[in-house]
Design a binder for this molecule. Structure first.
Ligand code: NAP
Length: 285
């Protein structure tokens, strides 16, 4: 059924594709983002919900700098924990249903067989993960069951943001070899596929917790990178490395695969197929 949606983070990587896909599904979409909407300001959130009167708020607004969050912990919590709570509280005031985007980083990443939506989250192993986990908890405390959907996703790439696929494509054109970590597992997810899955979840009236991600996983970043280079027909040599060698400020889950069996198979494309379509689309732009 056609719904009126307010999409926060509407100018972000997911938000831009999601607005188009939700509209294709027949929904009326009002995207909003900084500086017009600031989810960490209650007055700002209230004003938007009063003006737009959405039936559903899709909260894709977030502080997403995973390494930056280690030193900017307050900024991450302001948006991802307190901002998410503010959106939930205002949704409650206005009777709007909340769909909130979350991440595999709320899990420690120790479950080789992958995480199911019902698995208990935490402990997170990075400041970003902790801030997103706190956001999930605050939403669940602020809204009655049946009035929110927390949808976790992972390894996103899309046309409108900095992402792994574009970075590898650039490096493959510049270098003779690239080293990519081969000890973190997950599944690559194209923002357009995520938006299609989310649209289905909204239409089917799902609530509680869900996972939405690409199919065919789990793989490592090395596997993902090798496929990108192969599809581009590049001669660049792709070599495996360990996470320790990369020395990034934030720890990442080792086994972060999000299993999404509750989504219809027709909406869960194999990640290789989606990647190929994404790269083809890029050539024609
Ligand atoms: N990217 C991934 O791999 C990934 C994986 C799992 C889950 N997620 C989740 O998916 C969602 C969308 O991520 P994305 O990759 O599309 O991120 P993104 O490109 O960084 O988009 C987030 C958007 O939110 C905006 N924003 C930041 N603070 C805000 C605030 N206080 N009020 C309103 N808007 C604010 C950002 O604006 P500025 O750019 O101006 O800051 C940006 O436009 C997030 O919830 C993220 O945690 C992402």
């Amino acid at each position: 059924m056609k719904k009126r949606l307010l999409l926060t983070g509407g100018l972000g990587m997911f938000g831009r594709d999601a607005a188009a896909i939700f509209r294709e599904s027949g929904h009326e979409v009002v995207p909003a983002d900084l500086p017009d909407l600031d989810i960490s300001e209650k007055r700002s959130v209230r004003r938007w919900l009063e003006d737009v009167r959405p039936e559903v708020v899709v909260n894709a607004a977030a502080y997403t700098n995973v390494d930056g969050a280690e030193t900017e912990r307050d900024a991450a919590f302001r948006v991802n924990a307190r901002g998410a709570e503010t959106v939930a509280k205002v949704c409650r005031e206005r009777g709007a249903f909340l769909v909130h985007l979350s991440t595999d980083y709320v899990f420690p990443g120790e479950k080789k067989e992958g995480y199911l939506p019902g698995d208990e989250a935490g402990p997170a192993i990075s400041a970003y993960g902790e801030s997103k986990l706190e956001g999930e908890r605050r939403i669940a405390a602020a809204l009655p069951p049946g009035r929110f959907l927390i949808c976790r996703t992972q390894w996103l790439y899309g046309r409108n943001g900095k992402n792994f696929v574009d970075t590898i494509a650039r490096l493959a054109a510049e270098r003779e070899f690239i080293e990519i970590v081969d000890d973190q597992w997950g599944v690559p997810t194209w923002t357009k596929d995520l938006a299609g899955q989310l649209s289905w979840l909204i239409e089917s009236g799902a609530s509680g917790f869900a996972h939405a991600a690409g199919g065919g996983g789990p793989v490592t970043w090395f596997d993902f990178g090798r496929e990108i280079v192969e599809l581009l027909g590049s001669k660049c040599d792709v070599r495996p490395m360990t996470s320790e060698m990369l020395e990034r400020p934030a720890k990442r889950p080792r086994y972060g695969w999000l299993r999404n069996e509750s989504i219809p198979g027709s909406l869960v494309r194999h990640w290789k197929e989606s990647l190929s379509t994404y790269l083809e689309e890029g050539k024609s732009e």
